[in-house]
Each structure stands twice: as structure tokens, then as C-alpha cells.
Design a protein around this ligand. Structure first.
Ligand code: ADP
Length: 255
């Protein structure tokens, strides 16, 4: 398939901060062509797991595998070059840049070029500039925000910025997508566009890992759900299985 999908697996992955075990012995698999959701109450370790996968944190134990390659402990830029893209709950957005230009810079994440060179448009990248912009425009259309292409990206509403990050991660040529709360702050019509975009990534063979508070959205989008509780894996299953799981219900309702 177009994205050369690749499975991402964790084996006994752990992370401690001082004496606090934020993640304990997590073994999960996210398959290509599927949406894998991570859910759990605040502080259960979801963000820590995303940070381990994208290289912002180094594991305290266990392994992180992209296909057959162990990538755990590699720095973020190397993991990004393997084709792992991450969006942030609070997107890191530059000032004085159009949305179109910002999405186009996503392209340089997986190349052997720093983002700064891309932003500064050094001469050797000029040849691809028009092509990059055409692609960026197409990606903005895909996530339903073509109308903001020429606006300054730092002037956009938070929900729109999250969609911009989704478009930018697509421009990077990634095959594994870590989406951190991309649905929050979106209205119904933006949510529908987001659902469609994530559905397209899945159909193209991408591996999608979704951290999301919006439970109905998770049930709609996920092929498989992993529930974290106090750093441990509480349950894994299909949306139907998770909905019927009493332990999950108890975790959420305190019942
Ligand atoms: P969630 O995303 O599910 O809300 P987090 O992964 O943010 O949970 O947090 C899990 C635990 O790890 C919490 O106890 C949190 O305080 C701790 N933690 C996360 N990041 C750090 C850090 N950089 N330093 C110290 N503790 C951290």
C-alpha cells in the first residue's frame, strides 16, 4: 500500500520518573491499516507512552519496535526519520508563517535536513518549492481547512491548529501517526472532517495511534483500544469488548 505500513510494538515498556513508575510493563501492538486508541484517566500514562514512542523520553525498561527494528531510546529526529509523526495537544506553532508554508515544512522532517533550513528556504530546496506548496494545499483540503492556507498559522484557533498538525504530519511522509487529542476543541463539522482524514490514513495503510478523551469518537474510529490505569495496561480489545468490560467501566465511573 501507498504508505508502506509498518507495525509498532512495545514489549514490557516501562518509564520511571525518580521513584514514580509512570508506565509499567506495557506490551501493545499498533498495526498498519488500523486505528489503535489509548484511553485512561488523567495521569494514567497516555502522554508518557506517546513521548516514549516519539523519542522525547527514553524507556527505563523494555523494547519499542518499528517492524523488526528496535527504536527505543533513539533521539526524536531519528525516530521521525523512520516515519513516526507526532502531533501535540498544544501544537508548536511558529510565528510569521502562513499555514501553507508551515504544512509544507512537514516534508523536511524525514529528510536529512533540519527544519530550520527548510523554514529559511535555502537555495537547494527551491526547486521543490512549488511542488511542496501544491502538496501542502492538497493536504489542507484533505483536512477541510483549505480556506486558511494563506492565513498566519499562529492566528488560527486551537482546534484548527490541530488539523494543521494533522496535515503537516501527512506532508512528512510518515507511516506511523501519533495523534494526541487531535479531536479536542473541534466542532461537529471539523470532527467529521477529522474522522474522514483518519479513515483515509488507515485505508492507505498507515499505523494510527490515537490518544483521545472523546469516548464516542474513540468508539467510532478505533479498531483496537488499550486502556491504561495508573501506568498499567488495564484492558485491551475491540470497541465492543471495551464497552462491555466492567473493569473499564469501574475505572471511569468509580463503580
Ligand atoms: P496522561 O497522559 O494519561 O494524563 P501522563 O503520561 O501525563 O498521563 O502522566 C503519567 C504519570 O507520569 C503522572 O504521574 C505524571 O505526573 C508522570 N509524569 C509524566 N511526565 C513526567 C515528567 N516529565 N516528569 C515527572 N513525572 C512525569
Amino acid at each position: 500500500d501507498r504508505l508502506h505500513g509498518v507495525p509498532l510494538r512495545t514489549e514490557g515498556l516501562s518509564k520511571s520518573f525518580g521513584g514514580n513508575r509512570a508506565l509499567d510493563d506495557i506490551s501493545i501492538e499498533a498495526r498498519p491499516g488500523e486505528v489503535t486508541a489509548l484511553i485512561g484517566p488523567n495521569g494514567s500514562g497516555k502522554t508518557t507512552l506517546l513521548n516514549l514512542i516519539c523519542g522525547l523520553y527514553k524507556p527505563s525498561g523494555g523494547r519499542l519496535l518499528l517492524g523488526d527494528e528496535q527504536i527505543g531510546g533513539q533521539p526524536p529526529y531519528r525516530i521521525a526519520r523512520h516515519g513516526v509523526a507526532r502531533t501535540f495537544q498544544t501544537p508548536l506553532i511558529p510565528k510569521h508563517m502562513t499555514t501553507l508554508a508551515f504544512v509544507a515544512t512537514g516534508r523536511y522532517v524525514t529528510h536529512r535536513v533540519g527544519i530550520l533550513s527548510a523554514v529559511l528556504r535555502l537555495p537547494k530546496f527551491r526547486s521543490g518549492y512549488a511542488a511542496d506548496n501544491a502538496e501542502a494545499r492538497a493536504l489542507l483540503r484533505l483536512v477541510g481547512i483549505a480556506d486558511v492556507a494563506d492565513q498566519q498559522v499562529d492566528s488560527l484557533a486551537l482546534g484548527t491548529r490541530r488539523l494543521v498538525e494533522v496535515a503537516r504530519s501527512l506532508a512528512s511522509g510518515a507511516r506511523v501517526f501519533l495523534f494526541d487529542e487531535v479531536g479536542s476543541g473541534l466542532d461537529e463539522s471539523d470532527l467529521a472532517v477529522l474522522e474522514r482524514a483518519i479513515g483515509m490514513i488507515r485505508e492507505a495503510g498507515g499505523t494510527v495511534i490515537l490518544v483521545e478523551h472523546n469516548f464516542p469518537l474513540v468508539l467510532k474510529l478505533a479498531d483496537r483500544i488499550h486502556v491504561l490505569s495508573q501506568g498499567k495496561l488495564l484492558a485491551s480489545g475491540t470497541p465492543e469488548e471495551i464497552q462491555a468490560d466492567r473493569r473499564v467501566l469501574a475505572e471511569y465511573t468509580g463503580a
